[in-house]
Design a protein around this ligand. Structure first.
Ligand SMILES: *Cc1c(COP(=O)(O)O)cnc(C)c1O
Length: 425
């Protein structure tokens, strides 16, 4: 007996992913061996605890696979400690906040409309209810430079326990050394949420916050890192003896984090996901992955230039990483949600997004966000970026011409089909 309904939905989703061009910068295509690990019998196993200290029997293989994921993660990011159990990025951030802070404590993160993530204190989230978020933001919208002077002033005044560097819609590099100076001055733990760019750091094409004195990095494993949906928490610095009583000192941070993830926040780890993380970390350590990261950046450079040449206004006028945010309202006179729908119709998938200090509301924001990780995995190179920019432009200026959109959809489908999915191999 088979469940044909879900089987058909899986086939349909695979077809959708194959037939279109995936421009959502937080998405990617995993390899066959990552998919195989995710679909493996490790999903049957309960493993509460950590390698060597479990609450269930039968851990001979799970201990090995989790330890492997830990060692590979540490090597990739030059970390001293890794917790690979967080189910996703949001609970990973939550775990760090609770490991180091008490309700009511202050944490400093990026202004949300300037690029900060929901888990950086969006009103209505659990963390916003429990902690006091203060903000830094962009000083100059043309360059994207952060206002580090104002950041320091606010930090001195509010004494945050954590200073959080990280974003989900910011196309520039952060100056980690400046964060570190301010963090040291006010005695804050330096935390980097690298969910979007972890792969590019692992691949050696973007700076690693640990090289600038950061204490903790959280990241998802499914964005540029190209692994299964999930997350991990890395720390740098002395690792305390986990059997001692755990005061909130920096040496104890790794142990505090482990205890907050389990049993503080989660029960049994998802061992099939951890096995898939181990595989993805292995892949990210191969020379071919470094080349992939170089191509992601090269494609983003070319695509951003090609879009600007077509009249797209890009926030900060370009990108240093894999993503860009386009101000559709200013460029075309309609909002980002309209653009998202029109582009979806022709097979170009991206997401509507707020722009800094957006005058429009988040469900109908001024912008869209797009990026190159997934299309680069498909095999697209610089020369294809001109086609993508042209298709985007054509679709938006002909959004009320169904015939023109049908023709574009056909061209894009034909083009996309000439690039295999990595899971085909
Ligand atoms: C994607 C993202 C997260 C959240 O990850 P989920 O797995 O969706 O919970 C957290 N922080 C940043 C900066 C992100 O971009």
């Amino acid at each position: 007996m088979t469940d044909k309904v879900v089987a058909e939905l899986i086939t349909a989703e695979e077809k959708r992913q194959r037939n279109g061009l995936e421009l959502i910068p937080s998405e990617n295509y995993v390899s066959k061996q990552v998919l195989n690990a995710l679909g493996s019998v490790f999903t049957n196993k309960y493993s509460e605890g950590y390698p060597g200290k479990r609450y269930y029997g039968g851990q001979i293989n799970t201990d090995k696979v989790e330890q492997l994921a830990i060692e590979r993660a540490k090597a990739l990011f030059k970390a001293d400690h890794a917790n690979v159990q967080p189910h996703s990025g949001a609970p990973a951030n939550e775990a760090v906040y609770h490991a180091w802070m008490e309700p009511g404590d202050t944490i400093m993160g990026m202004e949300l409309s300037h690029g900060g993530h929901l888990t950086h204190g969006r009103p209505g989230t659990i963390s916003a209810k429990l902690f006091n978020f203060v903000r830094y933001g962009i000083k100059d919208l043309e360059t994207g430079e952060i206002d580090y002077n104002l950041m320091r002033e606010i930090a001195l005044k509010t004494k945050p326990k954590i200073i959080l560097a990280g974003f989900s819609s910011y196309p520039r590099e952060l100056d980690y050394a400046k964060f570190a100076d301010i963090g040291r001055e006010v005695g804050a733990v330096l935390m980097a949420d690298m969910a979007h760019i972890a792969g590019l750091i692992a691949g050696g094409v973007l700076a690693n916050p640990f090289d600038y004195g950061f204490n903790v990095i959280t990241t998802t494993t499914h964005k540029t890192l190209r692994g299964p949906r999930g997350a991990m928490i890395l720390t740098k610095g002395t690792v305390s003896n986990p059997l001692k009583t755990v005061d909130k000192t920096i040496e104890n941070l790794p142990t505090l984090i482990d205890r907050t993830v389990f049993p503080g926040l989660q029960g049994g780890p998802h061992m099939h996901t951890i096995a898939a993380k181990a595989v993805a970390f292995w892949e990210a350590a191969q020379p071919s992955y470094h080349n992939y990261c170089l191509q992601v950046l090269a494609n983003a450079q070319t695509l951003s230039q090609a879009l600007m040449n077509k009249g797209f206004k890009l926030i900060t006028n370009g990108t240093d990483n894999h993503m860009m945010v386009a101000d559709i309202q200013t460029s075309f006179g309609f909002d980002g949600s309209v653009a998202e729908q029109v582009l979806d119709r022709v097979g170009l998938t991206l997401n509507k997004n707020v722009i800094p200090d957006d005058p429009l509301p988040p469900y109908k924001p001024s912008g869209v966000r797009l990026g190159t990780p997934a299309i680069t995995t498909r095999g697209l190179k610089e020369e294809h970026m001109f086609l993508v920019a042209d298709w985007m432009h054509q679709a938006l200026i002909k959004k009320n011409d169904p015939k023109a959109l049908d023709k574009l959809a056909k061209d894009i489908l034909h083009f996309a089909n000439s690039f295999p999915l990595p899971s085909d191999n």
